[in-house]
Design a protein around this ligand. Sequence first.
Ligand code: HEM
Length: 212
Amino acid sequence: MPSSRRTPSPVIRITHWIGALAMLALIGSGWQIYNASPILPFEFPAWATLGGWLGGGIAWHFAAMWVLMAAGIVYLAYGVLSGHFLRDLRPTGPRAVGRDLALALRFRLSHAAGHYNAVQRLLYTGVLTVALLTVASGLSIWKPVQLGWLTWLFGGYDVARRIHFAMMTLIVAFLALHIALALLVPSTLFGMVFGRRASASPKTDVQEGTAR
Ligand code: HEM
């Protein structure tokens, strides 16, 4: 369905931005909580943390968690029911990823809002899986008694805490790349904010979505 491939639908855009804000709050407050009892030989700088102290960090973390879960449930339900995931995010296989990666590294891969190449599809499905694992491991260390089966699935409380930290690290790495690419191709950012491209007719959007 070409029309829905040109720009992300309002549901995708609204849930993306609400989820992104919640994710940033979760990272900052998570770093605050981590600093109270670090598992690695370093702490996060105070300026990058949210909440001011352990109790404040926990309050922010839980508030943002509910926001992320609400936006995530709407996003996932819409993505499945509207066919968006199947149509636009379904991974395309290693050959297409290799081809698009080679084009991207030579700065020859075109990029249009709502039309995802093989590398984007892999990155987006990857980060969505990581986000689900982050939520699940977070729930398992929040309620290790009530959700004992989940904590057990993650290998126990201590392992679950390390998995939660590792998933956060993957999300931060994704974000660095994701934001850099969005700034490099600002028309996609415009499309994700306003639902259409800065200029260009719809026809141009589709043409630009194919690798040249
Ligand atoms: C806060 C800064 C962020 C910016 C500036 C940003 C920007 C963007 C832009 C411009 C797109 C559209 C890309 C395109 O059309 O080619 C996009 C899509 C996407 N972003 Fe972000 N994003 C941010 C945060 C996040 C976070 C925190 C996540 C998840 C951890 C995320 C996951 C995604 C996913 C999965 C898509 C594809 C959505 C779909 O079509 O279903 N983004 N983002």
